[in-house]
Ligand binder design. Structure first.
Ligand SMILES: Cc1cc2nc3c(=O)[nH]c(=O)nc-3n(C[C@H](O)[C@H](O)[C@H](O)COP(=O)(O)O)c2cc1C
Length: 333
């Protein structure tokens, strides 16, 4: 049985959806608007990942929205043993990453590299399923390695291995994070398997959740970067500028409470969110200036003033810095 409480799910995003971010994001929503999430990928190499590492990737349980642990690796025995350990955490499922296109991952023949051989997908899913007794195992694939020709074969391989749900990120590994997406690939996966399919890729606004379901027949819809652009995308609530910066401020305070990192680290995380934020929350000149701000306290002061709805008191980045045109999110995953 899948644990999800609603259609829309928050995508795992390495370097972004850490426990602090997830607790603040999940805290914005009810289980009726945001149905679940997973950790960033946890690399599984030769041996089982120790329980304390799994627990720290998961973080403390902060609410009713289910969270799974995502594993990535190609060692079947290590995946089986790690999945068995996940059962003693509060995680609601084990997800397998067959989509990561990062060079290091592919070099280790994990992530999207597994898509080159559907038999490997089946073998790794089956090994993980063999490690669990009570938790469902789900698999997340891209539409293919360098083409989507094998999509049905890959989808059936995951089903055959025992996956309880298949998430299809509709771009191939070769397509990276290209803007154009082809949702008909999600519909092809839906037609190929009996297990529920979660569609992913290119959802940009709240209305797209229903549109993707309607156009593809998928049961769930997973949202990645658009949830960073607008954390309320799951409910469709039209947040104000101050609410969005209060969200970022809350994220910083949760990080500060949890991890004794340097202020510079928190500023880096804030800049990452700023780089994804929807243009209706800040203009491009301000975005560029914020991204170049070297002083963490100036950055935090600006966010604080915006969160308080007091833009008059916020240091004027536009005046201080020269303009740099359109900065987008950095994508190397
Ligand atoms: C910064 C970043 C990190 C990511 N890390 C992961 C990850 O850890 N595991 C995973 O399965 N996918 C990861 N992805 C892929 C997303 O989960 C998602 O499949 C992708 O962004 C497409 O969805 P979108 O078009 O809604 O953003 C990452 C994507 C981004 C942008």
């Amino acid at each position: 049985m899948l644990p999800f409480t609603a259609t829309a799910l928050l995508a795992p995003m390495e370097g972004v959806t850490d426990p602090s971010f997830r607790s603040v994001m999940l805290g914005l929503h009810t289980p009726q608007t945001l149905g679940g999430s997973t950790t960033e990928f946890v690399r599984v190499v030769q041996h089982a990942v120790p329980l304390h590492k799994l627990a720290s990737e998961l973080g403390p349980c902060t609410g009713p929205i289910p969270v799974g642990i995502q594993l990535m690796g190609n060692n079947a025995e290590a995946l089986r043993a790690t999945a068995a350990l996940v059962e003693s955490t509060w995680a609601a499922l084990v997800d397998l990453n067959f989509g990561c296109p990062a060079k290091g991952t592919l070099h280790g023949c994990a992530g999207a590299a597994v898509l080159r051989d559907p038999r490997e997908v089946e073998r790794l899913v089956a090994a993980t399923v063999a490690g669990v007794q009570r938790l469902p195992v789900t698999a997340k694939i891209r539409a293919g390695w360098d083409s989507a020709n094998q999509l049905e074969v890959l989808a059936r391989a995951a089903e055959q291995g025992g996956a309880a749900m298949l998430t299809v990120h509709c771009r191939t590994r070769a397509e990276g994070y290209c803007e154009e997406v082809d949702w008909s690939r999600i519909a092809r996966a839906v037609a190929a398997v009996r297990i529920p399919v979660c569609g992913n890729g290119g959802v940009l606004c709240h209305a797209d959740i229903e549109r993707m379901q309607r156009e593809t027949g998928c049961k769930h819809v997973m949202i990645g970067r658009a949830a960073l652009a607008d954390p309320w995308i799951f409910s469709g609530y039209a947040a104000s500028v101050s609410e969005v910066f209060a969200f970022i401020q809350r994220y910083v305070s949760v990080m500060r409470e949890r991890a004794p990192q340097a202020e510079r680290y928190f500023a880096g995380r804030v800049k990452q969110l700023v780089s994804y934020l929807h243009p209706r929350f800040l203009n491009e000149m301000t975005r560029a200036a914020l991204l170049r701000e070297a002083d963490p306290s100036a950055l935090h002061a600006w966010i604080e003033a915006q969160a308080a709805g007091d833009s008059a008191k916020a240091p004027s980045f536009e005046a201080k810095r020269s303009a740099v045109p359109g900065v987008g999110g950095v994508l190397d995953h």
